[in-house]
Design a protein around this ligand. Structure first.
Ligand code: HEM
Ligand code: HEM
Length: 179
């Protein structure tokens, strides 16, 4: 990843679009995942399929975003940014990127090794893998744990951004805000 700060004081439009599109999709896919048990048994497969396809979209966007980010450094911090923010934000951001890759990949394993079929409406994709509880059982558990990890870390990250916006008022949040 390129980390030599760019001369700009804000994130560029592509970075902002990547960030907020990923955020909206993660909220949607994550909420669906947490709500699975609330759906009647008959309709559950429909929602797991939507969850899986939207989750793969998050994975595709994460790959594009990381490829883009490797060639585009983030803006330099405002002068008044606390030392703790500077030290913590890089590892937290890298961990968020890692989770946006690893979480959908483990979800994919849980889905495919449960002999589930991707239904894109116009066509279906069946990878033909036999159901294997020894694979999908642990994969579902790890997927759930990583999902809770992502929710926790992203919440702390979001709260930190709001703290900069409303308590410190140092312009950090505005760097990632459109307009
Ligand atoms: C960032 C993307 C994703 C997030 C945030 C996410 C989140 C979640 C959550 C919160 C659960 C419920 C965990 C529990 O409490 O048991 C879940 C379950 C699951 N997810 Fe995901 N997921 C993502 C991507 C994917 C992808 C890409 C796939 C498949 C291609 C997938 C397949 C599954 C499966 C098979 C389950 C278990 C469903 C069942 O109970 O039978 N997920 N996910
Ligand atoms: C699923 C939830 C989220 C994920 C996965 C996520 C991920 C990320 C990542 C990876 C970066 C680093 C961008 C880079 O420099 O490469 C970032 C930056 C940022 N995010 Fe998020 N984010 C999430 C939610 C939020 C929320 C809810 C807020 C605000 C309330 C927020 C505010 C920001 C801000 C202000 C920055 C720029 C920080 C800076 O100037 O150094 N994010 N986010």
């Amino acid at each position: 990843m390129s980390d030599t700060p760019s001369t700009s004081t804000r994130y560029t439009l592509p970075a902002i679009l990547f960030h907020w599109t990923s955020f909206a999709l993660i909220v949607f896919v994550g909420a669906l995942g947490l709500a699975f048990d609330l759906f009647p048994r008959g309709g559950r497969m429909f929602w797991i399929n939507i969850h899986a396809i939207a989750g793969l979209a998050i994975l595709a966007i994460a790959f594009m975003r990381i490829a883009w980010r490797r060639r585009h450094a983030p803006p330099a911090y405002p002068a008044e940014t606390p030392e703790l923010t500077k030290r913590l934000s890089h590892p937290v951001h890298m961990l968020l990127y890692a989770l946006m890759i690893v979480l959908p990949v483990i979800g994919f394993i849980a889905f495919v090794w449960h002999a589930r079929v991707f239904d894109f409406g116009l066509f279906k994709v069946d990878l033909g893998v036999a159901s294997d509880k020894l694979v999908f059982g642990p994969a579902e558990k790890i997927h759930a744990l990583l999902a809770y990890g992502l929710f926790g870390l992203a919440s702390l990250h979001g709260l930190a951004a709001l703290w900069h916006r409303f308590a410190r008022k140092d312009g950090l949040m505005e760097r990632m805000w459109p307009g």
